[in-house]
Design a protein around this ligand. Structure first.
Ligand code: PLP
Length: 232
């Protein structure tokens, strides 16, 4: 069911409150944690309501669905983030339409995005997705391969590596968040990184306590997800 206008506004306020509380409890400045509203499966109308409530950064998982919302909201001041897996047949559209990609897992995809980023656009901001869950996850780059991929991305003219992203398996999250932050600290200076994308509706407090600078929140803002219309 759709959420009322007031509900989206109130949910956003509540999530902002949780972020502020978690940051303060960790001795951190809440301004150093960006809220990314993950709007996958939710309507353009709900994105507009979040926009009206002051939200600017939105995350989507499915490229086609995202582009439909971008077209419907053309002219709105929105920063679009791809947080879902990216296949090579979608890189051209992603390079042309998104501001950020959180799910870089290979040099091949990174090269395509750089080659396909249209001239005149700002660099595409990218994060390397790290697999800190081992066998429990098929997504992301093994920690020992992250520096090599970071080097490859650093050589690409139209990408700017901003940091790391992770989706730890539920339950063990806090220790895995710490693993991501430790890896980030090792690479931060060399690659001039500033972003650690981790934490979702259920675990954003733990992620912030461990150093997240960007939480990706869907359900706590928009309610339960609708059925997925398309696989990509
Ligand atoms: C859907 C999704 C989220 C949001 O998850 P919630 O639990 O609804 O907050 C965050 N990150 C990624 C990568 C997602 O796919």
């Amino acid at each position: 069911m759709g959420q009322s206008m007031r509900a989206i506004h109130d949910n956003l306020q509540a999530v902002r409150g949780r972020i502020a509380h978690a940051a303060t409890a960790a001795g951190r400045d809440p301004l150093n944690v960006t809220l990314l509203a993950v709007s996958k499966t939710h309507s353009t109308a709900l994105v507009e309501q979040a926009l009206a409530a002051g939200q600017r950064a939105f995350g989507e998982n499915y490229v086609q669905e995202a582009v439909e919302k971008m077209d419907a909201l053309a002219g709105a001041s929105i920063e679009w983030h791809l947080v879902g897996p990216l296949q090579s047949n979608k890189t051209r559209l992603v390079a042309a339409r998104f501001d950020w990609v959180h799910t870089i897992e290979s040099g091949k995809i990174a090269r395509r995005l750089s080659e396909q980023r249209p001239a005149g656009m700002a660099p595409l901001y990218v994060l390397i997705q790290v697999n800190v869950s081992g066998e429990a996850s098929k997504s992301g780059v093994a920690p020992e391969h992250v520096a090599g991929l970071a080097n490859a991305i650093a050589a690409l003219p139209n990408l700017k590596l901003r940091g790391l992203m992770a989706i730890p398996e539920p339950g063990a999250a806090r220790a895995r968040f710490r693993d991501v932050k430790i890896l980030f600290e090792k690479l931060k200076v060399e690659f001039n990184l500033d972003t650690v994308s981790m934490g979702m509706s259920d675990d954003l407090e733990d992620a912030i306590a461990e150093g997240s600078t960007m939480v990706r929140v869907g359900t706590a803002i928009f309610g339960a997800r609708n059925k997925i219309r398309s696989a990509a």
